[in-house]
Design a protein around this ligand. Structure first.
Ligand SMILES: [Zn+2]
Length: 238
C-alpha cells in the first residue's frame, strides 16, 4: 500500500514519491491503539460537520492549511485556535502547488516546476501561518502529497518534516460517505490517516465523521503529529 508512485512518461520523468508515515504504535502499552488524524485544508471552505465533530468529541487532529485557505476561513481558524489542546496547524504550502521541482501535472495540478518555486511554496505557507498567529509549523505536506526526491531533501533542509500518511481516508474527498467511513474505521494501531476538511458539500465529509466516531467507539487514541514519534520513509523524517 502507498508505495512510491512511479509515473512513466517517455521513460525520462523523475519518479515521484508518495511517502508513508506511521506513528509509534501503542502496542504492548495496552489500550485500543493510537492513530494520527491529519486533515488537509487545501483551499475553499471549511467542512463544519468535521470541525464540530472534532470539538464535540474531543478528537485531536493535525490540520494542514494553505495560505489561500487561511485567508478565507478566519472563523474556522479562530475555533481551532480556541482549542489548542485539539488542533495543531501545519504547513500545506502558500498556494497549494505540488512540491515537485520539475514541470509536470499531478492530478491535473501544475507542479511548482523548479527548486526556487518549491522553496517559495514551502516558505510562503510557513509565513502565512506565522502571520495568522500561533507556533511555527514543523511539518510540511505538499499539494497532492507527491514529491520529487530532490524536493523532499530541500523541504528537510528548510527545517520541516514531510508528512506522509498510511491510510487514504477520503480519496481526495471524492469518495462516498460509506467507503470513507469504511477506510477510516479500519485504521490500525500506528496509522496516519489523511482526509480533507475543506469540502463541505462532499459526501466524504460525513464519512470522515462516522469513521472517526467508530474509531473512538473502539477505544482508539488520537494523537497529533507533534505529540507522536512519526516515522516516514523516503527520507521524510530522519
Ligand atoms: Zn491539499
Amino acid at each position: 500500500m502507498a508505495l512510491s508512485l512511479f509515473t512513466a512518461s517517455a521513460g525520462n520523468a523523475t519518479a515521484l514519491l508518495e511517502p508513508t508515515l506511521h506513528v509509534k504504535p501503542q502496542g504492548a502499552e495496552g489500550g485500543g491503539g493510537r492513530v494520527a488524524l491529519t486533515l488537509d485544508a487545501c483551499g475553499g471552505k471549511t467542512d463544519t460537520r468535521i470541525l464540530s465533530a472534532l470539538v464535540d468529541n474531543r478528537i485531536p487532529a493535525t490540520i494542514f492549511v494553505t495560505g489561500i485557505w487561511l485567508k478565507h476561513n478566519a472563523e474556522a481558524v479562530e475555533i481551532m485556535r480556541a482549542h489548542p489542546d485539539l488542533f495543531e496547524l501545519e504547513n500545506h504550502g502558500g498556494r497549494h502547488i505540488p512540491a515537485v521541482d520539475t514541470p509536470r501535472k499531478i492530478y491535473g495540478i501544475r507542479s511548482a516546476g523548479s527548486p526556487d518555486a518549491v522553496q517559495a511554496e514551502v516558505e510562503s505557507g510557513a509565513a502565512a501561518l506565522a502571520s495568522a498567529g500561533g507556533s511555527a509549523p514543523k511539518w510540511f505536506r505538499g499539494a497532492t502529497a507527491e514529491y520529487s526526491p530532490s524536493a523532499i531533501a530541500m523541504i528537510r533542509k528548510l527545517g520541516f518534516k514531510v508528512a506522509g500518511f498510511s491510510i487514504n481516508g477520503d480519496g481526495g474527498s471524492l469518495l462516498g460517505a460509506k467507503e470513507t467511513t469504511r477506510r477510516i474505521a479500519a485504521a490500525k494501531d500506528g496509522d496516519v490517516i489523511i482526509a480533507h476538511i475543506n469540502q463541505p458539500t462532499h459526501a466524504a465529509g460525513e464519512g470522515v465523521v462516522q469513521g472517526l466516531l467508530a474509531l473512538k467507539q473502539k477505544g482508539m487514541t488520537f494523537v497529533r503529529l507533534d505529540d507522536a514519534e512519526g516515522v516516514g520513509n523516503d527520507g521524510t523524517t530522519d
